[in-house]
Design a protein around this ligand. Sequence first.
Ligand code: AMP
Ligand code: MG
Length: 498
Amino acid sequence: MYPTISTLPFSKGFLELGSDFLTTLDPSPLPHPNWVAVSHGLAQDIGLDSSFIQDQLSLDILTGNALPNHLQAFASVYSGHQFGVWAGQLGDGRAITLGQIKHQDQVWEMQLKGAGKTPYSRMGDGRAVLRSSIREFLCSEAMHGLGIPTTRALAITASPATVLRETPETAAIVTRLAPSFIRFGHFEHFASNGLHQQLKTLTDYVIQEHYPHLAAHPKPYVSLFEEVLKRSASLVAKWQAVGFCHGVLNTDNMSILGLTLDYGPFGFMDKFAFHHICNHTDSQGRYAYSNQPQVFYWNLVRLAEALLPIIASDHTDEAMEAAIADLQPILSRFAHLYQQDYLQLMSHKLGFGGEVNETSTQLIQDLVKLMDQNHLDFTYFFRKLAQIVVQPQDPIIRNLAIDITSYDAWISRYVKYLDTLHIPKDVIASNMNLVNPKYILRQHLAQMAITQSQNGDHSLTQSLQKCLTRPFDEQPEFEEFAQLPPSWADHLEVSCSS
Ligand code: AMP
Ligand code: MG
């Protein structure tokens, strides 16, 4: 066990790539820091002794007030497409990486989000507010609890210092960890600047560190693209199956490891709406729930374009055509891969055990329409469905439906299909409870935690984190978190301001 942050065995990792890829700098201090919340599960995963929160130096390091001599912090440069438009150079404008650690064969980069200005801050102040830090912290750890690939969050630390957004808000930092924070935008950066040697260095680094099994492939860059595409398809399928919307699915927020990355105006849907837009600023609905798989595909095309210069060994027309011929069939498999992953997840949610056939697919498609038309609460519906399996007459969801006739018709087809599976109903129900979360980070729960934390009481933030670590388990002490949201939650809006 490593007792504190400063005793973690930091190594250089990404830092070794050098100055074309990053700028070394120190985090900017935040005065009078305090702990807001800690993920003890993640602390354990990286080999930290949970008592590190009693260590003043750990708190100082995580708020930019101290940097042990052996650490060289840095911010990395990337570019990207934002809302479908080339945005040019972006980069870590407020996230500063402390270094890489390895624990039990797993590497982790540790990054302070909100640790001050970097050369990539553009007009930003390099800071993050308590509000958005709580949302990122809770959602990272909730996603992990749901079994969805994500960057993780070790701690929120805060300071009485204020940061100006629409109003003055409390400054905070999320300490986040991931095997790598490399984005599609890192590749786009070097490709768009014609820096092909650096593009190759970056891609070789990603393969060596994160996809080592691809190194011996005859076309490792093509294989890398294929793996990233598969992981991305699987990730967005998982999001859809829990009713999650990212909100800012720009290429600079797409992880090369297929992780959920950069929690801004995200949301888990309460009342289901197929075209739900979770980001108040996204007036066109580019990143609406219904569009997310298509956006992943669009972003993957941007990644494919960025990789072209190194897949085509020389830049003759023939080499380019051959590279495109390698990538095109992979891209064209995306829709099918996504659909397969999605239908399988939904099949598990409905108690069909992963079986995908014409009837199960039709039932899923009709259910999506039914939920949309009846504004059924996504999480509540699936969790309570297990109850209906055992007792089809249970009115618990029927009472929420608007179009009772359609609801009854779907349930009757559903129950009939379940009968054909010849599996005891209680077995089906308990399997469903393993994949349909009881607890989810609803907007109003996050908002209540934020309001209390802003008033100095962090207990709700901490309880929510604890609860969401085990979203599938019955936790009677947290029953209130599983209730349908109050009516004021209908009007909550989340914007990019963070
Ligand atoms: P996002 O889409 O929110 O993940 O961020 C887009 C870009 O804006 C990234 O380069 C961020 O680092 C940068 N950024 C966002 N907020 C700030 C801030 N307060 N200060 C500096 N840079 C920021
Ligand atoms: Mg971002």
